[in-house]
Design a protein around this ligand. Structure first.
Ligand code: SF4
Length: 325
């Protein structure tokens, strides 16, 4: 059995990352089978519960108030509407429901109370409920936990060295601090990043190194390819190739064998063959629904076809936990 390690060196990760692609995929597929059922893929739904108007300056994000994009700004959705969307997602096969709000950080106000009600409602439906709400204090994390939150998403986005090129309104330590608060509240951690932000290969290795040397690995690691949006500073970035995604996914799989590795943004541009390569490299989760917060994602029907063609089964909620959906 491959050992779970938190003491990876950057050099070791770089050596894996640089392997010939077939060797890398073979190794990742081998490790994947030790800890996961390779015929299973989890289907998650992501809903933007508060869109746009964000004070942060993340260079890839159409929701930042300072960029002129076509995103339709809306304030926090009513609780009932969110619960309804979660029910629809569940009946379409999703077992995890993630709610995103374009906030810099959580504030202790009425909107947060409403999010807590959303969490309670979705949790009662037997879905894994996840939130991504920006920075979080230890007390706020505990409140979310008490409401039934299963996971919290907070991406590192890129390496510590490249971070300042992408975001200047907060720093890497703020990010790590929130992840720590989430952990302390015993909430499952979802944290990954985006490739195609103008970073170099060492930055990709650096981000994976930070994730794999956290005191415990994130239970979930989203790997995103930038979807450039007009009006953002990164609108003209070149598209990343499927091989770059495969390399990231396979390396993440090898160094964090138990994590759910999520093939996230950028999937809309991949055909079935390319997505199959990512699953072969160890990805075992996707987002369903025609939107990923604000950028396009494959239609539910296309995903049904994908599962049929590849003969994959959707993973049950809370697998490996006491509760069954
Ligand atoms: S990524 Fe999140 S924090 Fe950054 S601008 Fe977009 S909504 Fe705000």
């Amino acid at each position: 059995m491959t050992e779970i390690r938190n003491n990876w060196t950057r050099e070791e990760i770089k050596a894996i990352f640089d392997m010939p692609i077939m060797e890398l995929m073979y190794k990742a597929a081998t490790v994947h089978r030790e800890y996961n059922d390779p015929t299973e893929v989890q289907v998650c739904t992501l809903l933007s519960v508060k869109t746009g108007g964000c004070p942060e300056d993340c260079a890839y994000c159409p929701q930042a108030a300072r960029y002129h994009t076509e995103v339709k700004v809306h304030k926090l959705l009513p609780v009932q509407e969110v619960i309804q969307k979660a029910a629809e997602a569940k009946s379409a096969g999703s077992t995890r429901f993630c709610m995103g709000a374009a906030w810099r950080e959580v504030r202790d106000n009425k909107d947060f109370d409403k999010v807590l009600d959303m969490v309670k409602g979705v949790n009662n439906m037997g879905m894994e409920v996840c939130c991504t709400l920006g920075m979080l204090s230890e007390e706020q994390a505990q409140k979310l936990k008490d409401a039934g939150l299963y996971a919290y998403n907070h991406n590192l986005d890129t390496s510590e060295e490249h971070y300042n090129e992408i975001i200047t309104t907060r720093n890497y330590d703020d990010r790590l601090g929130t992840l720590d608060n989430v952990r302390k509240a015993d909430i499952s951690v979802c944290s990954g990043g985006i490739i195609g932000l103008g970073e170099n290969l060492d930055d990709r290795v650096g981000m994976l190194h930070t994730l794999a040397t956290l005191p415990s690995h994130p239970e979930s690691v989203p790997v995103n390819a930038l979807v450039p949006v007009e009006g953002t500073p990164l609108e003209d970035q070149e598209r990343v190739s499927v091989w770059e995604m495969v390399r990231m996914i396979a390396t993440a799989r090898i160094i964090m064998p138990k994590a759910m590795v999520r093939l996230s943004a950028g999937r809309v541009r991949m055909n079935t063959e390319e997505q199959a390569l990512c699953f072969m490299a160890g990805a075992n989760s996707i987002f369903a629904g025609d939107k990923l917060l604000t950028t396009p994602n494959p239609e539910v029907d296309m995903d049904k076809q994908l599962f049929q063609t590849l003969n994959l089964k959707p993973r049950k909620a809370f697998k490996g936990q006491e509760i069954e959906a």
